[in-house]
Ligand binder design. Structure first.
Ligand code: GDP
Length: 393
């Protein structure tokens, strides 16, 4: 699946850079072009692989390249004012070759949080392709302001995109670990999942040994209808002597006799599927609240047992209660791992999102109380906790 990528703000740019690095490292080719936006020139300079000519500074008349701090409303305003300049980011890009557009942003900060939904809205008006957000949620210990920013931005992002892939920094920082110090390893985890998802739809004709290779329409259909998604992934290393061949072909054909090889392959794939879903998801959520799913099993072709993939798909259907779970394989002849990626689309219950919303509503209530004075605010109180009072950006 070919994607045209946009990174907005610091986290957005960093994750985009990490995806480009991952793509390079895995000799893949799914990013048709990459553009980074920021109100802070230093952050743009700090990028590595986003081409220099694709780094766009906006809002410079107002903030002189110094950024907006954590003021996402200001960022949204500046993005709106400079929308033509933002759209110029696609001028030299081969837009027609992209199956989808992808916008990366940290939703708790200022620039990405405010400007990413504005960029999505403007791209949506011009281009036919689906637009997906990749939204990084702040950890709880990053403070109430970040939660408030994230809650409002997430609402806006979901409204204007075709789906938001969520990544929760809080779930990925090890306990006691500083979130900022963990960014690099978190970015690696996120881009590995996205990279596998996009690369799986890009398997060339010569590698299409199985008939159930995932293609881009399956990813797009899983995300159709909008919402927030989460991704799980688990992999197991293959024993050295068996890696890259020497395996019975019966597993590949999904046929008849169950050799011990098949049994090992089935066990590995079903175990990794459970680990992917029951282990750490990019956004922790109630798995049975997902509307759709996609299971992608990667590894050397002789390990991609058709029965096992079908069994994994059925298991994900049982866990989600959804009848719309797709499954397919992603042959990687040189790999010494069998990996399972599970994309859960349109999840409706996540404690972490609920927590961010309630922290945000409290912060908003405090702010209004300060603004309107104590007497007026106490009348306001009971209503103020209703989620609708939290305006979208
Ligand atoms: P902006 O530049 O104003 O858009 O602000 P940031 O992108 O720095 O947004 C702050 C939020 O993004 C906080 O929740 C940070 O923890 C998070 N963040 C910043 N950089 C990264 C990164 O490289 N990776 C991840 N996962 N989160 C980041």
């Amino acid at each position: 699946m070919k994607v045209l990528c946009f990174g907005v703000g610091q986290a957005g740019g960093n994750v985009l850079d990490a995806l480009l690095r991952y793509e390079q490292r895995t000799n893949a080719d799914y990013v048709v072009d990459a553009v980074a936006y920021n109100t802070a020139s230093a952050d743009l300079r700090g990028l590595d692989l986003v081409p220099e000519e694709n780094r766009i500074l906006f809002g410079a008349d107002e903030v002189s390249g110094h950024g907006v701090g954590a003021d996402n409303e200001l960022a949204a305003e500046l993005a709106e004012r400079d929308s033509r300049q933002l759209l110029r980011g696609t001028d030299g890009a081969p837009t027609s070759t992209a199956d989808a557009f992808l916008i990366f942003a940290g939703l708790g900060g200022g620039t990405g949080s405010g400007a990413a939904p504005v960029l999505a809205k403007h791209l949506n008006r011009v281009y036919e392709q689906p637009i997906y957000g990749v939204g990084v949620l702040p950890a709880a210990d990053e403070g109430a302001l970040y939660s408030r920013n994230a809650a409002r931005s997430l609402k806006a992002f979901v409204d204007v995109t075709d789906h938001v892939f969520a990544f929760d920094n809080g779930a990925w920082a090890e306990s006691g670990e500083d979130v900022a110090a963990a960014h690099e390893s978190m970015n690696e985890e996120l881009v590995r999942r996205l990279g596998i998802l996009f690369a799986s739809g890009e398997v060339g004709e010569s590698e299409r040994v199985g008939e159930s290779v995932v293609d881009s329409s399956e990813v797009i259909n899983t995300l159709r209808g909008g919402g927030i998604s989460t991704i799980g992934y688990a992999a197991s290393e293959l024993p050295e002597s068996d890696g890259g061949g020497g395996f019975s072909i019966s597993g590949l054909l999904g046929g008849g006799s169950s050799s011990s090889d098949d049994v090992d392959s089935i066990n590995r794939i079903t175990t990794q599927t459970r680990k992917a879903v029951l282990g750490r998801l990019t956004l922790p959520c109630d798995v049975d609240s997902a509307s759709r799913g996609l299971v992608v099993v990667s590894g050397p072709p002789e390990w991609l047992n058709r029965k096992a993939i079908e069994r994994s798909r059925t298991w994900v259907e049982e866990q989600t209660g959804s009848m719309e779970v797709r499954g397919g394989d992603y042959p990687l002849p040189e790999s010494n791992h069998v990996g399972v990626l599970v994309l859960l689309g349109d999840v409706s219950r996540s404690d972490r999102v609920a927590e961010i919303r309630s922290t945000a509503v409290e912060a908003e209530q405090d702010r209004r109380e300060r603004e309107v004075g104590d007497a007026a605010a106490s009348e306001d109180k009971t209503e103020a906790v209703v989620d609708d009072r939290l305006d979208s950006l």
